[in-house]
Ligand binder design. Structure first.
Ligand code: HEC
Length: 118
């Protein structure tokens, strides 16, 4: 398409505004993405990137046994987060801190039950 000079000029004059609006929109989208990543999302993230390998390690595909009192090696919340972070980067999950926190929270609420804040 060939714009006539007048239209082009108008487009140029409008562009800073348009850019600002776009930036506002992507900030809003980012905020939405971040706030959606909480513990409830942790379950889905874990299912997607982590469960299948753990499931292959236990009879009957019960990978969650990995986190049971019988099998777990993790003894602290900080260690749990560290482990989630290491595993996530090993499988190239592409998680940000929010996702790592979400999965850590979910694992802790559902299995480990370490006191938080440590
Ligand atoms: C390729 C296989 C594989 C994948 C994928 C995998 N894990 Fe693991 N995971 C293991 C193995 C094997 C162990 C147990 C052996 C060990 O302690 O080193 C383990 C142990 C763990 C433990 C420690 C359990 C405990 O208390 O001892 C945590 C937590 C964990 N994985 C989290 C994750 C998370 C989160 C993901 C997804 C980002 C993930 N894993 C993906 C293989 C995997």
């Amino acid at each position: 398409m060939r714009l006539n000079p007048k239209t082009e000029l108008r487009a140029l004059r409008q562009s800073p505004k348009t850019l600002r609006a776009r930036r506002g929109l992507s900030a809003a989208l980012l905020w939405l993405a971040v706030s959606a990543s909480n513990a409830s999302d942790g379950a889905a993230l874990h299912q997607k990137s982590c469960a299948s390998c753990h499931n292959g390690m236990f009879p009957g595909g019960k990978g969650e046994m990995n986190y049971s009192a019988e099998f777990r090696k993790i003894t602290q919340l900080t260690q749990l987060r560290q482990r989630v972070e290491t595993c996530a980067s090993r499988v190239n999950a592409g998680w940000f801190d929010e996702e790592i926190d979400g999965v850590t929270q979910w694992l802790n609420q559902r299995f480990y039950r370490f006191p938080s804040g440590k």
